[in-house]
Every structure is written in C-alpha cells, then in structure tokens.
Design a protein around this ligand. Structure first.
Ligand code: ADP
Length: 254
C-alpha cells in the first residue's frame, strides 16, 4: 500500500529532492576547507533518507505490473539519480575522512595474487564484463589495507567498464619490478586526452561532460589516489584517445 501511495507522487518529488541535494553539495564543496566536519555530518544525514527513497522506488518497480512506459522510465531515472547521489555522498564522506586523517588504514601483509582473484570475482557481481587476469606464477605480497585496496581496484574497474564499449577487453595485470609490486588495469576504451591526463586525479574533475555517457561524480580517482598514497603506493595513468587507458599502481613489495 505504501508503495502505491508513493507511486502517485514519487517521480517529481524524488527528482526535486535529488536536485536539492545536488545543489546543497555543490555549495558545500565550494567552501571545502572550512566545512569538513559539517560535510561529514550532512553526508551521513542525507544518505539514509536517500537510500530509503531508492529502496521504495525499486520496490514499486519490482511489484507493480500496471505501470505505463512513461511511469517506469520516470521511476528508473529517479532511482538512478538517487543512487548516484548516494554514491556522491559516500565519496564525499570518504574525502572528508581522508582530509581530516580520520581514515584508519589496517595495514597487513597481503598476497596480491589472491586479492586480485577476489576483486575480479566481486566485479562479476555487478557487471557482466569479463575482466581477464594476467598473473605470473610467482607470489607477490605487499603491506596494505585489503578493504581499501579492493575499493581502489573496484573503482578503477568501474571506470574501465564505464569508459569502454562492452565488447572490448579489460585486463588486470600483476608484476614485480625490482622491489616494487606493479598492478595494472588496461582498457581499450575512449582514452583520455594528453592535456587532461594530469588533471583526472583532481577533485570533481571530469573530462568533457559530453562524452561521459555514464554518470559519475568526478571524485572517484581523487579518492583512489589519496588511498593509494596513504598505503605508501603511487598511481599513474598512460592513455591514448580512442585507444584506451592503463592505470598503474606501484607499491613496495614485501
Ligand atoms: P567519474 O565519477 O567522472 O568517473 P573519476 O574521478 O573516477 O570520476 O574520473 C575522472 C574522469 O577521468 C572521468 O570523468 C573520465 O572522464 C576520466 N576517466 C577515468 N577513468 C577513465 C578510463 N578508464 N577511460 C577513460 N576516461 C577515464
């Protein structure tokens, strides 16, 4: 019943709310330096209602079989906007934590061969894309926070999927170079123009909005970079327009 009542008003209400939240976040991010604490609290407070809204919309979509095509489309748009805003809030929360050094890293020895297998398995759960693993037989270990490292790799995989055609390959490689462990994620996607490659790790930076078919916040890579550096690693990109991109992570090997 609740789902039916929401159905009457959901699309316009939810869209309006998502727009309001987006506007608030833009204003908040303008005064980033002074507002970390507030941002962190607001992110927390907004995430819960948005997640509930998204849940209601999903349940209406699942349970109602008498929706018109227009209603279904409107609800799907509202749901994806709500999800995008939840993701934005999660990203902002992570950045606020990283900025205030409240992000705790649980550093432990990690066998990368195992972790990469696990990450590819996790990626399978939310994308139909096949990620090919290219591992050498030798075991390579580093000291890192496994939860955060998975977050980094899933974020890079998510981008590779977003910015390439479904039929093109995505490869995750592991190598050792002297005393460094090298993880590379290669795609054959749209690539990044040379003059913008230096900026993609900046907060809110997105290469030319018009080519960004898939939604995003422009925060993912700035979080990735901060997390990698927080675990004594570094990240670089090599990319050619319309050919593809390779993101390289390097960590001290154990
Ligand atoms: P977004 O949420 O926009 O994906 P990110 O911080 O993850 O934000 O990435 C910043 C920008 O870098 C993206 O908007 C996109 O233009 C570009 N980018 C990131 N990864 C790739 C990739 N694998 N291929 C092409 N462009 C990419």
């Amino acid at each position: 019943d609740q789902a039916r009542i929401s159905l009457e008003q959901a699309p316009s209400e939810v869209k309006e709310l998502a727009e309001t939240v987006d506007g608030m976040l833009i204003r908040l991010s303008d005064s980033w330096g002074h507002q970390r604490e507030l941002l962190s609290n607001v992110s927390h407070e907004l995430r819960t209602p948005l997640t509930i809204i998204s849940g209601y919309i999903q349940s209406i979509l699942r349970r109602s079989d008498n929706l018109s095509e227009m209603q279904t489309e409107a609800l799907k748009t509202a749901a994806s906007e709500a999800d995008r805003t939840v993701q934005l809030l999660q990203d902002l929360l992570d950045l606020a934590r990283l900025d205030s050094d409240r992000m705790q890293f649980q550093l432990e020895p990690i066998i990368l061969n195992d972790l990469l297998h696990e990450v590819v398995g996790m990626a399978k759960q939310y994308s139909a894309r096949i990620i090919t693993l290219d591992l050498k037989p030798d075991i390579i270990a580093i000291k890192a926070d496994s939860h955060r490292l998975k977050q980094v790799l899933l974020n890079l995989i998510d981008n590779a999927v977003k910015y390439s055609e479904p039929a093109t390959p995505i490869t995750l490689k592991l190598n050792r170079e002297n005393d460094r462990a090298i993880i590379q994620l290669c795609d054959r996607g749209v690539g990044i123009p040379l003059q913008q490659q230096g900026r993609i790790f900046e907060r809110f930076f997105r290469v030319d909005e018009s080519r960004n078919r898939a939604g995003g916040t422009g925060l993912g890579l700035s979080i990735v970079k901060t997390l990698v550096e927080g675990m004594a690693g570094n990240i670089t990109v090599r990319s050619q327009l319309n050919e593809g991109s390779t993101f390289t992570l390097s960590f001290p090997a154990q």
